[in-house]
Ligand binder design. Structure first.
Ligand SMILES: Cc1cc2nc3c(=O)[nH]c(=O)nc-3n(C[C@H](O)[C@H](O)[C@H](O)COP(=O)(O)OP(=O)(O)OC[C@H]3O[C@@H](n4cnc5c(N)ncnc54)[C@H](O)[C@@H]3O)c2cc1C
Length: 465
């Protein structure tokens, strides 16, 4: 007999698994189809989590060799056991993906293992790894199939010497020379990992600045710090191809910065594209846009009744928390609620050292929209906690609307910026003014005082600078 569900979700990443859990909490009979051997999608298996595990480990390695002496701590010779570092990363991933399996069991979500295809509205076929197929019925189908690395034409990824982020998270030795193609957050995070572990890293970026979606001032500041730490940048430079020799790779360049670079490993990190292969969208008539994204309306509905899309596969920033918020919102809508996502209050974080975090509009966006704003800035050099911790790099920048003082954007580069941005996101969510932040009592000594001081600076009355 064909099993009938209220909701069937294709894809068990942060969009899909969160939607599944929320739908089940709301009493909907729910199944989630995932073809990977574990739940959690790109984020838990080959994205956010393994990259942050390696960033944490490599930062500890760098600190031990670089910073401990300043604190009066003498360590012997610091050496690297890459195998153990990778095993730790794998353990973190396994613990978290098993955690999602546990949550599925707890909430009575059925995990259907295999590749899902929409046969018709209301009907999904699951092709298992063993060759068997199962057909199920669903009142609502959610496409949550995520994204994949965008390939660079003419450059073949072998995940050994020419790698995507996936291969770069699992190298079995530290490359002597790593060339990163693409100055976005994935390239800079993974470049940082291997630079800290001893690689000579060069980032090649076609634009004249890194992290193009961030406020330009932060991108410039980040590039300066990373360059000081030893990462080389070739901006305004296009990669024309990669030649493979027996001992090394030659990265051929076009543009201002020279002709070629030699490398042991090349990371292609030029972005990600929506993944809809084998889903049968053509046959069912689900509309895609010119970037291959599933087109949805404000309620995540596609043009075909009963079929929805969330996460990386639809428009908007390709971020875990954006996908998860959409999962919750859609599940609640399917249960009759009116939930929506506030796209103006989605933070973005780059987990380099220092971290970079931002929420809301950039200065460039405000200028382009002819919105009048005031800026408040405060450097971490003047923040006592940053001093005690010994990490004084960076600043907080708040952009507030001139007439109303409403917070339009908050941009932070500095220690623990990814945590600090939560307060700014809450401020955006509540429609706070800079004055609201400035009048809020912040514990001393904390890094968050820099946010308060930046809010005071919007009105020219910061105390500690
Ligand atoms: C290296 C790296 C680092 C990242 N770091 C961060 C970070 O720090 N913070 C952050 O917010 N974001 C980060 N991201 C982005 C984040 O991983 C994605 O935004 C997020 O995973 C998107 O969730 P999703 O559910 O839309 O899709 P995905 O996580 O891609 O999940 C989709 C799932 O669908 C499955 N699937 C696809 N087609 C089918 C099918 N036909 N049948 C069955 N299953 C199918 C896939 O196997 C996959 O598991 C990172 C990404 C990468 C690559």
């Amino acid at each position: 007999m064909t099993e009938r569900y209220d909701v069937v979700i294709i894809g068990g990443g942060p969009g899909g698994y969160v939607a599944a859990i929320r739908a089940a909490q709301l009493g909907l009979k729910t199944a989630c189809i995932e073809s990977r051997g574990s739940l959690g999608g790109t984020c838990l298996n080959i994205g956010c989590i393994p990259s942050k595990a390696l960033l944490q480990s490599s930062e500890k390695f760098a600190e031990a060799g670089r910073d401990f002496a300043e604190h009066g701590i003498k360590v012997g010779e610091v050496s690297l056991d890459l195998g153990s570092m990778m095993s730790r990363k794998d353990r973190v991933v396994t613990t978290l993906t098993r955690g999602v399996e546990f949550l599925f069991r707890k909430n009575k979500v059925d995990w259907l293992k295999g590749k899902g295809r929409i046969a018709a509205p209301g009907r999904v076929v699951v092709a298992g790894a063993d060759g068997g197929t199962q057909e199920i019925e669903a009142a609502s189908i959610i496409i949550a199939t995520g994204s994949e690395s965008t390939p660079l034409p003419g450059i073949e990824i072998d995940e050994k010497r020419i790698v995507s982020s996936t291969g770069c998270l699992a190298l079995d030795r530290v490359p002597g020379r790593l060339v990163v193609i693409g100055g976005g957050y994935i390239g800079l995070e993974l470049g940082s990992v291997w630079q800290r572990l001893g690689a000579k890293v060069t980032v090649v970026e076609v634009l004249d600045h890194v992290v193009p979606n961030m406020d330009r001032e932060l991108g410039t500041a980040l590039q300066r710090v990373l360059a000081r730490s030893g990462i080389e940048f070739k901006l305004g430079t296009k990669v024309a191809g990669v030649r493979q020799g027996p001992d090394e790779l030659t990265v051929e360049l076009e543009g201002a910065a020279g002709q070629s670079l030699t490398a042991d490993v090349v990371l292609v990190a030029i972005g990600r594209r929506p993944y809809t292969e084998g889903l049968g969208l053509d046959a069912v008539g689900v509309a895609l846009d010119e970037h291959g994204r599933v087109v949805v309306d404000d309620g995540f509905a596609t043009n075909i009744p009963g079929i929805y899309g969330i996460g990386d596969v639809i428009r908007g920033p390709m971020l875990e928390h954006k996908a998860a918020e959409e999962g919750v919102a859609l599940a609640e809508r399917l249960a009759g609620q009116k939930t929506s996502v506030d796209y103006d209050a989605i933070p973005a974080v780059i987990y380099t050292w220092p971290e970079v975090a931002s929420v809301g509009r950039t200065e460039e966006e405000l200028k382009a929209a002819a919105i009048s704003y005031r800026i408040g800035k405060f450097p971490f050099t003047a923040n006592p906690r940053a001093r005690t911790n010994g990490y004084t790099e960076g600043f907080v920048k708040i952009l507030a609307e001139s007439d109303t003082d409403r917070v339009l954007g908050v941009h932070i580069i500095g220690p623990d910026a990814g945590t600090l941005v939560a307060e700014a996101t809450l401020a955006k969510e509540f429609g706070a003014s800079a004055e609201d932040i400035a009048r809020t009592c912040h514990a001393h000594p904390t890094l968050s005082e820099a946010l308060k001081e930046a809010a005071l600076a919007v009105d020219g009355r910061a105390i500690h600078i």
